[in-house]
Design a binder for this molecule. Structure first.
Ligand code: NCD
Ligand code: ZN
Length: 342
């Protein structure tokens, strides 16, 4: 068995870097695994205008410049707000946004100001289609029972596809067989991201034994059959299904509070954990398309430049990094992160 493995530098098509004092550490950590990341706009304040896109990009680039190599590229997104006008959307596209993010109001962390009435986003969706930018959707109906929310939202996506015949859509962090089947039936302008945690963990890991708030996220982890279907899909190289970490750090104290927020800090360990999984299934070669090819092709971006070395472990994931508890903390993984070459 080789004791290292070189991947094209992975892309992350769904990342939360936050804003404020903690952001620099999260961005640096991200830059240790990824060359590019689509940065989610559910920050405080939200990224919902051309000027906020420019300001947030500057903040991230300044932080990432301090990371080794300094070659990290944030791909910017903006948050769709109800009633957003065509001109506001076109200005965001002009400011360099590659995507706009649709959060149903109340569906997840930082979505209080999301969309209440889908009708109120129609003008913005038309403008996104016109500008050729991608609509990223947190596809959950907040009013449905927790485990049914994703499947219940699928008809809303169906409607959007019908009304906007050229709009490109990414179903974010899909967690169910129903979403996978929807993706397979959908036109080629529909893609989806999958996280490491929805592939590697199930509802049993969250609450089958002692409750593990570190594994609490939206969409909530699902039963084994859903994770199995997603695993099988990525191992086979499912078209238009690509990696988005949904790394969503919350301070350790917040996760330990009586009401724990949804979100898992996956960026420190996602790539080593995925390498272990793909290798155990005898498909280490397929990891490359999942984390470094399929997503860039869907977004119409050049393939990643540079490479990431993975070094054979064992590596015990630390109990705390950057003030948060990383995904799989305390567990021993077969791979750890090595050098980035650009
Ligand atoms: C994310 C966060 O904390 O910002 N939380 C999560 O559980 N995934 C928001 C999101 O992507 O849903
Ligand atoms: Zn997210």
């Amino acid at each position: 068995m080789a004791d290292n493995f070189v991947l094209p530098l992975p892309d992350d098509f769904h990342a939360h870097l936050r804003r404020g004092p903690a952001m620099a550490a999260y961005a640096e950590r991200h830059a240790a695994s990824f060359g590019r990341a689509l940065v989610m706009p559910n920050t405080k304040p939200p990224v919902a205008s051309a000027s906020e896109i420019a300001a947030y990009r500057r903040e991230i680039l300044a932080a990432a410049a301090r990371a080794s190599g300094g070659s990290f590229e944030p791909l910017m997104s903006f948050k769709l707000l109800g009633g957003m006008s065509r001109s506001a959307v076109l200005a965001c596209a002009q400011a360099g946004a590659v995507a706009g993010k649709y959060y149903p109001a109340g569906a997840t962390t930082g979505s209080e100001d999301g969309i209440v009435d889908p009708e109120s986003a129609e003008e913005a969706l038309d403008a996104m289609q016109e500008a050729g930018i991608v609509l990223c959707i947190h596809g959950e109906s907040p009013e449905a029972p927790a485990l049914d929310r994703e499947a219940r939202f699928l008809p809303v996506i169906e409607g959007m596809l019908g009304r906007h015949p050229r709009l490109r859509i990414v179903m974010e962090h899909i967690s169910t067989v129903e979403s996978l089947e929807f993706l397979r039936r959908a036109p080629r302008r529909v893609g989806a991201t999958a996280t490491a945690h929805h592939l590697l963990c199930t509802l049993e890991d969250l609450l089958g034994g002692e409750l593990d708030p570190q594994l609490f996220c939206r969409p909530v982890l699902k039963a084994r059959r859903h994770a199995d279907a997603l695993r099988e899909a990525v191992l086979r190289g499912e078209p238009r299904l690509f990696f988005g970490s949904d790394s969503a750090p919350h301070p350790r104290s917040a996760k330990a509070a009586r009401r724990a927020p949804a979100g898992i800090y996956t960026s420190p360990s996602a790539i080593p954990a995925l390498a272990g999984f793909f290798e155990a299934e005898g498909r280490l070669g397929a990891l490359e398309s999942f984390v470094a090819r399929t997503g860039a092709a869907f977004y119409g971006l050049a393939p990643p430049r540079g490479s990431l070395e993975l070094i054979r472990g064992p590596w015990t994931v630390p109990e705390e990094l950057d003030g948060a508890v990383p995904f799989l903390s305390g567990r021993s993984l077969g791979w750890r992160l090595g050098r980035i070459e650009v």
